[in-house]
Write a protein that binds this ligand. Structure first.
Ligand code: YK8
Length: 177
């Protein structure tokens, strides 16, 4: 796997969770800027094991000419709350892209860790992994990985920097004024 975000933000852990994993203005703007549309959310629901899960469906615009212009996608999110209550969160996300070539061979797992490090600071880490449901031929595997890593890197680079803008546009500015 790869570590795409490892950043300390001037944002409290609970708020970081709300920004990334509820229907926040931040996330809606972010997804719109990534040309993702037809968003459908299920609310967070507790399952029998006490875990919370939710599902997102959307369509992604793709710039890669080999792949086609759009794909529908499903995200299954599972929330594990840390033992420090509102101060730590782990969210495991499986992403399935349904309309790309070889879509039945692979999916992506993104793990988001949010750890509060003070009243108004947290560390956000995002690890990602490409997983296989069927073993592809070597050349196909290379294609899948190359396209996945570049798409993921682009997505999380923008998320990291959009969060920096969000951080500076709230709270601390009021104190300086
Ligand atoms: C989520 C992984 C692969 C896919 C794409 C597929 C090419 C297939 C190439 C053939 C288009 C938001 C990606 C990047 C689309 C975007 C997905 C996002 C960024 C030749 C094999 C969508 C995180 C995420 C996970 C997987 C990404 C896809 O929150 O290259």
């Amino acid at each position: 796997g790869k570590l795409y975000i490892n950043h300390v933000y001037q944002i409290r852990a609970e708020r970081m969770f709300q920004l990334l994993f509820t229907q926040s203005r931040f996330m809606l703007n972010f997804m719109t800027s990534r040309k993702m549309f037809d968003l459908e959310y299920s609310p967070w629901q507790s399952d029998s094991n006490g875990k919370q899960t939710r599902t997102l469906n959307y369509t992604i615009t793709i710039s890669n000419p080999l792949v086609g212009k759009f794909t529908t996608a499903t995200e299954k999110q599972v929330l594990y709350k840390g033992n420090q209550g509102e101060q730590s969160y782990l969210v495991e996300v499986e992403v399935f892209t349904h309309d790309v070539p070889y879509h039945d061979y692979f999916y992506t797992v993104n793990k988001y860790s949010i750890i509060g490090i003070s009243q108004d600071k947290c560390r956000l880490r995002v690890y990602t992994d490409v997983k296989y449901r069927k073993q592809p031929w070597g050349l196909v595997k290379t294609f899948i990985e190359k396209n996945s890593w570049s798409g993921l890197e682009d997505y999380f680079k923008q998320m990291e920097s959009d969060l920096v803008m969000e951080e500076s546009s709230s709270g601390s500015l009021l104190v300086e004024a």
